[in-house]
Design a protein around this ligand. Structure first.
Ligand code: NDP
Length: 448
């Protein structure tokens, strides 16, 4: 029936069915380029229209979120949950609160989550959600009222065996706590319905660190494959949120040198490199004081570049850890010409399709987010396990498991992404390895 399957035809149909969703088109296009040739070699997936089914979310929820600000004004936002695929486990994926949130961004994130969660080897389906609410500049009480209203709309659609949301941009420990408190109030049930919870009420050690640590581990594995290591490497990081901070921390532990961090206003360049003391100061700045990264330059006497991204700073390794499409083709060319040998993505889809092309043509190591940042959702999966067995593992045990999972993800990518010249195409490897598990489950269920 789908004999004429080709990337171009498939993408043209997808664009028609999902107009004005450029981020979703971009994420699907990247997967289609590696998975469609694989499907053509394995007709059972083509006959069952697996790729057509995997690119259509199981369910998309959109809802009004009404709340009252501190001045008594009634405010209205739009909330979402895109339940993408539950073939291999309950829907699982973060919530993002940011003014840029729209259906296209959440569909790209939910789609990518399908492959990422599959790669972890844990039983988790895929979802993503959030709202166009901007927590910046809001008081704690305003954020609480927003979260309570958001959860009042969402709670009937989620549950520990149905859909387990977590944090993402703009949703950290504070927001998860308010959301969990409201879920508990509405359902009269204490369950592992959210991950990223505080330790006092079912959270997991290492969850906060997991995405950033995992990203550094993934880079270490890519380097190891080439007989190299992180020791002495100069590293450039974008972002200064949860992922960026803990990526920097693990790079330091593995012997690398971190010289930049950024936020949406600009980046700092500290040529001497950061140490744990400076990083602890950043944690306090970003988590407790909710300040700007420019303050780092004032505090430690280094340069700050307003309105710029850090990719023109000469480095050995680059770690985009802020947001989607923050590293384009021109940035990739600058990295390559400055001698950078590898990019590992802490953020989701931070590199444009042109950027990926440049990195791969230069035979640079390139770890796509769906593999390199899967450590976060992996420890979320371990949080679900701990909630189910009503036990808490130690930090050492969890970090050991996280490390093993990242090594395993790297091995799956290397297996499916090996090229003739010994280069590993990690995009192809991640997409095919992630696809097979979900596709086989869908085949087994028949037409549902
Ligand atoms: P945070 O909200 O903690 O931090 C986000 C960081 O990125 C901040 O420094 C922020 O700066 C910056 N940023 C956000 N939007 C932009 C923008 N448009 N341009 C430039 N900088 C921007 O989020 P996380 O660290 O949790 O998430 C970062 C990325 O990692 C996202 O792509 C997320 O999807 C991905 N990710 C996160 C996981 C997690 O466990 N948290 C798991 C897997 C992936 P500012 O403060 O100025 O907004």
């Amino acid at each position: 029936m789908y004999e004429d399957l080709s990337v171009e035809r498939f993408m043209s149909g997808l664009r028609k069915r999902n107009p004005n969703e450029p981020e979703f088109h971009q994420a699907v296009h990247e997967v289609a380029q590696s998975v469609i040739p694989f499907i053509l070699d394995n007709p059972r997936y083509q006959d069952a229209a697996i790729i057509q089914r995997m690119t259509e979310p199981n369910r998309t929820l959109m809802f009004r979120v009404v709340w009252e600000d501190d001045n008594g004004n009634i405010r209205v936002n739009r909330g979402y949950r895109v339940q993408f695929n539950n073939a291999i486990g309950p829907y699982k994926g973060g919530l993002r609160f940011h003014p840029s949130v729209n259906l296209s961004i959440l569909k790209f994130l939910g789609f990518e989550q399908t492959f990422k969660n599959s790669l972890t080897t844990l039983p988790m389906g895929a979802a993503k959600g959030g709202a166009d609410f901007n927590p910046k500049g809001k008081s704690d009480r305003e954020v609480m009222r927003f979260c309570q209203s958001f959860m009042t709309a969402l709670y009937r659609h989620i549950g520990p065996n149905v859909d387990v949301p977590a944090g993402d941009i703009g949703v950290g420990a504070r927001e998860i706590s308010y959301l969990f408190g409201q879920y508990k109030r509405l359902t009269n049930e204490f369950s592992g319905v959210l991950t990223g919870k505080a330790l006092e009420f079912g959270g997991s050690l290492i969850r906060t660190e997991a995405t950033g640590y995992g990203n550094a581990y993934f880079m270490e594995e890519m380097l190891k494959q080439r007989g190299d290591s992180m020791i002495g490497k100069t590293c450039v990081i974008s972002g200064s949120g949860n992922v960026a901070i803990y990526c920097a921390e693990k790079i330091l532990q593995l012997g690398g040198k971190v010289v930049t961090l950024s936020d949406s206003s600009g980046y700092i360049h500290d040529p001497d490199g950061m140490d744990t003391e400076k990083l602890d100061w950043v944690k306090d700045l970003k988590v407790k004081r909710r300040g700007r990264i420019s303050e780092y330059a004032e505090k430690f006497g280094c340069d700050y570049f307003a309105g710029k991204r850090p990719w023109d700073v000469p480095c050995d390794l680059a770690f985009p850890c802020a947001t989607q499409n923050e590293l384009d083709g021109d940035d990739a060319k600058v990295l390559a010409s400055n001698g950078c040998i590898g990019v590992s993505e802490g953020a989701n889809m931070p590199t444009t399709l042109e950027g990926i092309d440049v990195l791969q043509k230069n035979r640079m190591l390139y770890g796509p987010g769906k593999a390199a940042n899967a450590g976060g959702v992996a420890v979320s999966g371990l949080e679900m396990t701990q909630n189910s067995i009503r036990m808490a593992w130690t930090a050492e045990e969890l970090e050991r498991r996280l490390h093993n999972i990242m090594v395993g993800i790297h091995a799956q990518c290397a297996q499916h992404g090996a090229e003739d010249d010994d280069y590993i195409d990690y995009v192809k490897g991640a997409n095919i390895a992630g696809f097979i598990k979900v596709a086989d489950a869908m085949l087994a269920y028949g037409v549902v």
